[in-house]
Design a protein around this ligand. Structure first.
Ligand code: FAD
Ligand code: SIN
Length: 521
């Protein structure tokens, strides 16, 4: 089948939904999402969304905190844009129906997280993302100009390459004409021609074997742009969240929000000794990279698989009101957090790099925009400040909206794009090979490209991923496509980009720590 739409939005998290709701006033929107529409990292966000709401907080304070966390690598313009537009975007989110917790006075009950100098995190208990996703999805489902297609897997972007032109290198004139998309129910691969394409495909946590990210987070958008010869940046900066629940049988790892440390939770070793003071005077509320390395170092030094987060000193009422889901989850596995310490371990959580975009969320490919975790705006630098990513999605999706409603007037459909050629054979062994290879890749990335890196480890990872790449490309050329095989290719492309950019960075900064270059250059 061939479809024609004004705006093709790929992804139904906060970035895709907030963009779709706005552009839908100006044209037909088709939103593609590879699972159920609500399945996204957005849905699992716990801590909340950072924004400047009242004094004594100020834009300058939030800007300063973001720049400090980013360790000197933030793009100050992106930081200023995001923070100074935060209040407006939050008001809009509330108008769309998202609820945030309030105090008895009627003021928002703002929380504090690592690296923030003020209480500025709006939250809905400890399931803020669920509430945001609910509100936005409800609105989008009711909009007459938005069609949401669930279980539709985007395979690749359409560019001149599909018109028979050989696009082997990055160049300034690549255009996006839409995407090839697999309907997972009918198993057909359809051609979606679009005037504007918006990538909101989220993160890539599943490159690692321990992650807080849902299974949809396989870096598809980044891989598609890489294949289309667009520019990606800062992929080496992978944020490991310090505290995911240590429960090895469970995937993805359940997050224990940083807001619990904001509320007074203390990190301790197995014998009950607090250790953060040794590492940073901000202790539990130091930026994430510092807390994660401190935990990693304690675990290695003591030969233990986890440390503890002690929340027993937090008021029981506060636990029940602010953290009811974490309380219930821990209780399920026999931990009463008002009486027992919580075993925690770092897990891959957020990609600071991604598809390079300008201040209007335009990628280096014409008529292709990107917003949310798949994009690189320059906001996060070498380390993201907690709860800045939901905000970034709202701000850049808004900016993409303003810019793309002008662009759409000039853009045309490219009718010459051929339909997908799906010649191939079904290999019986394919499914188990794909699953095995994915596990292999995740182990390589976790062992050699994790929290602590070195030249030798990166080289090992690079060589091993090279082999996996060759094997998988052979399989891809011979097989009928499946989403799992496409995701594996995408995970490999992301791993390659992370390793390559990590190898180029000959220093330790923010989230990238190399034992060969322990200092900043
Ligand atoms: P997502 O919400 O991940 O949505 C991606 C969408 O793209 C999904 O609908 C998916 O199905 C679709 N998709 C992907 N590939 C394809 C494809 N090939 N074809 C079709 N569809 C595709 N940030 C904060 O600011 N505050 C927090 O408190 C916070 N807590 C977090 C807690 C957890 C457990 C996690 C995992 C993340 C948290 N983050 C938090 C980070 C934040 O949630 C994400 O960065 C943000 O939600 C990303 O939104 P997004 O719209 O870019 O992507
Ligand atoms: C958390 O709640 O700790 C996650 C916040 C974030 O990732 O920004």
């Amino acid at each position: 089948m061939r479809y024609k739409v004004d705006f093709l939005v790929i992804g139904s998290g906060i970035a895709g939904l907030s963009y779709a709701l706005k552009v839908a006033q100006y044209g037909k929107v088709c939103m593609l999402t590879k699972a159920d529409a609500s399945e996204s990292s957005t849905k699992y966000a716990q801590g909340g969304i950072a924004a400047v709401m009242y004094s004594p907080d100020s834009y300058e304070k939030h800007i300063k905190d973001t720049l400090i966390a980013g360790a000197g690598l933030c793009d100050e313009n992106a930081v200023r844009i995001t923070i100074t537009e935060s209040t407006e975007r939050i008001k809009e989110l509330i108008q769309w129906g998202a609820n945030f917790d309030k105090k008895n006075t009627g003021a928002f009950d703002l929380a504090k997280e690592g690296g923030h100098s003020e209480f500025r995190i709006l939250h809905h208990q400890d399931n803020t993302g669920f509430e945001i996703e609910r509100a936005l999805l409800e609105k989008a489902r009711l909009h007459p100009n938005i069609e949401i297609k669930e279980n539709h897997f985007t395979i690749d972007l359409l560019t001149q390459h599909h018109l028979g032109e050989e696009v082997t290198k990055r160049r300034g004139d690549i255009k996006c004409f839409g995407a090839y998309v697999m309907d997972k129910t009918s198993k057909t691969i359809d051609t979606y021609l679009a005037k504007i394409t918006m990538l909101c495909t989220g993160g890539l946590g599943n490159v690692y074997n321990t992650t807080t990210n849902p299974i949809i987070a396989t870096g598809d958008g980044c891989a598609m742009v890489h294949r289309a010869k667009g520019v990606l940046q800062d992929m080496e900066f992978i944020q490991f969240h310090p505290t995911s629940l240590y429960n090895p049988a469970e995937k993805p790892s359940f997050l224990i929000t940083e807001a619990m440390r904001g509320a007074g939770g203390i990190l301790k070793t197995a014998n009950g000794v607090a250790f953060m003071e040794k590492y940073d005077k901000r202790k539990e509320l130091a930026p994430r990279d510092i807390v994660t390395r401190a935990i990693d170092s304690e675990m290695k030094y003591r030969g233990e698989d986890y440390v503890y987060l002690d929340c027993r000193q937090i008021d029981k009422n506060e636990i029940m009101h602010h953290f009811p889901n974490i309380y219930a989850k821990c209780l399920e596995i026999g931990i009463n957090i008002t009486k027992d310490m919580i075993p925690v371990v770092p897990a891959a959580h957020f990609s600071c790099g991604g598809i390079k975009v300008n201040e209007n969320a335009q990628s280096t490919i014409e008529n292709l925009y990107a917003s949310g975790e798949c994009s690189f705006t320059g906001l996060h630098g070498a380390n993201r400040l907690a709860s800045n990513s939901l905000l970034e999605s709202l701000v850049y999706s808004h900016r993409a909206f303003i810019n793309s409603i002008q662009k759409v007037k000039m853009a045309e459909f490219c009718d010459n794009i051929p339909d997908w050629n799906d010649d191939g054979m079904v290999l019986n062994e394919e499914i188990s090979l794909v699953t095995q290879t994915e596990k292999e890749l995740q182990l390589i990335m976790s062992n050699y490209v994790g929290i602590i890196r070195s030249d030798l480890r990166l080289k090992r990872a690079f060589d091993r991923i090279g082999l996996i790449y060759k094997e998988t490309e052979n399989l891809y050329k011979q097989s009928v496509l499946t989403p799992k095989l496409c995701e594996l290719r995408n995970l490999i492309a992301n791993s390659y980009l992370i390793i390559k950019m990590a190898m180029q960075r000959k220093e330790s900064i923010g989230l990238h720590y190399s034992t060969d270059y322990p200092n900043r250059s």
